[in-house]
Design a protein around this ligand. Structure first.
Ligand SMILES: [Zn+2]
Length: 52
């Protein structure tokens, strides 16, 4: 069985984290690692947009 596609199907575990960029509290769908900076959706897309 495999779920693919679908926005509101199946609960997704969210983890609270602090954005390394704006220091805002945000939630990420993955477990944040201590040695890895976590970015909120806003900053993440921002970095993706203007990276390199
Ligand atoms: Zn941020």
């Amino acid at each position: 069985m495999g779920y693919q596609g679908g926005f509101s199907s199946g609960p997704r575990e969210m983890h609270k984290a602090i954005c390394a960029e704006c220091k805002k509290e945000c939630e990420v769908p993955f477990k944040p690692k201590e040695d890895r900076p976590v970015y909120c959706k806003d900053c993440f897309s921002k970095r993706k947009d203007s990276g390199r």
